[in-house]
Design a protein around this ligand. Structure first.
Ligand SMILES: Cc1ncc(COP(=O)(O)O)c(C=O)c1O
Length: 432
């Protein structure tokens, strides 16, 4: 059980054999707010943020920033939390920019990404962002036209997204740096983008690359860093330039993945390799940006579900719960392997192996395949750890699912950060 518990947020305690997070009794929260319910532990969020700050301070000799990748999960409370940590927020397009604005983020805390930014995305980015990361030449052409009449001071700083030709070791669907990836520009294209920026007096100040998400071995970043620094030298970046090797540092989702990949290992690897690479090439140190999403918020989040039906089929015991691929598509998408605990009688010994599935009309609507657990009765609650990233942000209304409520937990208090959708919400956008 200790191994499973270490997947849960830092404030998690077992009191009277019941799960508590942030000083709150999870069963009481489920009774009060219903299920599926997403819980975010403020202490865990702060702890992960603190590790990034600490190891950047310790290992990087120049200026640095952390940019929270909003795609992992963005709502106003999380945006304000990130701002409170001094972080910039990476917004993908006009929608996430809208959330950042609603959260009162100043311009210099908004950075805009996107592989096929629409005119609306670009207009919102030009108006509200401090930085735009340009993905391709076609986008640069559109951006240039939109900026043509603007004074230079009103144009956000531009970085170019480099495609280094190599990815990190992770699921194929979350690799992004390889040569035939849809993201970023290869060397030639990127140098052409530099020429266009210079010719049109656009404020080009940095390079970005991102080799993938949910990796735990930093080694492949070395290759990306080398290629990006070669390019920076060729471009002739001198003072006040920015370099972002993206984000993507992984987390452990299951006890078999433990120990958690240490944030320190990642930060030190990036910092040391960039410092050595700059020295070797005679480059001044850039302003370093790390862009984590998952490793800041995944472990802080726990999904709580109620078991509706316990069902036996040939060779399997199913716990059928009230959420599934509509709030967490990660098993269906990447065969992600999750763990879980019961919310009460937590220490009960595992005497059976169960599979845990949702209520949706897909055989792929499974969250956990074959996990040892104590005997669970219908109406009991289970908690799935490491649910804070890429669940709610990828959630859908499949089969009329109403997207769950999310609470922030701190010092025994629960604060609603996102309300549960209602049946009325499902028809709000429909034609009468
Ligand atoms: C450009 C970019 N930056 C950062 C991230 C964050 O990745 P993660 O949440 O795994 O840290 C992603 C994720 O896909 C990304 O595409």
């Amino acid at each position: 059980m200790d191994k499973k518990l270490s997947l849960f947020p830092v404030s998690t305690k077992i009191i009277d054999d019941k799960l508590t997070i942030g000083g709150c009794d999870v069963r009481t929260l489920a009774e009060q707010y219903g299920t599926p319910l997403y819980l975010y532990d403020r202490a865990d969020l702060d702890s992960a943020a603190g590790l990034y700050r600490r190891f950047l301070d310790e290992s990087w000799a120049g200026r640095w920033s952390v940019t929270y990748a909003g795609k992992a999960f963005l709502c106003t409370a999380i945006a304000r939390w990130a701002l409170g940590q001094g972080f910039i927020i990476d917004c993908t397009g006009a929608g996430e920019i809208g959330i950042a604005l609603k959260s009162d983020l100043p311009k210099e805390h908004i950075l805009v990404h996107g592989v096929n930014k629409s005119a609306e995305d670009l207009r919102a980015a030009i108006k509200h962002a401090g930085t735009i990361v340009v993905d391709n030449l076609s986008e640069l052409g559109r951006l240039q036209k939109l900026c043509a009449e603007l004074p230079r001071a009103n144009i956000p700083e531009l970085w170019l997204r480099f495609q280094p030709g190599s990815s990190v070791a992770t699921h194929a669907y979350t690799q992004t740096g390889h040569a035939d990836s849809k993201f970023g520009m290869g060397r030639e294209e990127l140098l052409e983008a530099v020429r266009i920026c210079r010719q049109n007096d656009l404020p080009l100040v940095g390079l970005h690359f991102h080799q993938g998400s949910q990796f735990r071995d930093p080694e492949p970043l070395g290759d990306g860093i080398d290629r990006a620094l070669d390019l920076a030298k060729e471009i002739g970046f001198k003072d006040n330039w920015h370099l972002s090797p993206g984000g993507g540092w992984g987390v452990a989702y299951h006890e078999d993945d433990l120990p958690q990949p240490p944030i320190e290992l990642y930060v030190r690897f990036v910092a040391e390799n960039i410092m050595a690479g700059c020295k070797k090439r005679g480059l001044t140190l850039p302003h370093l940006h790390l862009e984590p999403g998952r490793s800041l918020v995944a472990k802080a989040g726990v999904a709580v579900y109620r078991v509706g039906t316990v069902k036996q089929t040939a060779g399997k015991t199913w716990l059928l719960i009230d959420g599934g691929m509509a709030d967490n598509p990660r098993h269906a998408l990447y065969e992600a392997k999750y763990s879980c605990l019961t919310v009460e009688k937590v220490s009960g010994s595992s005497t059976q192996v169960v599979s845990i599935a949702g209520p949706y009309c897909e055989s792929g609507d499974v969250l956990i395949e074959q996990i040892p657990l104590r005997v669970v009765e219908e109406n009991e609650l289970i908690a799935i750890p490491v649910s804070g990233a890429y669940h709610l942000s990828m959630a859908s209304n499949y089969n009329g699912a109403r997207r769950p409520m999310a609470l922030m937990l701190e010092d025994g208090q629960a604060h609603v950060i996102r309300v549960r959708e209602t049946v009325e919400d499902l028809t709000r956008r429909d034609d009468e």
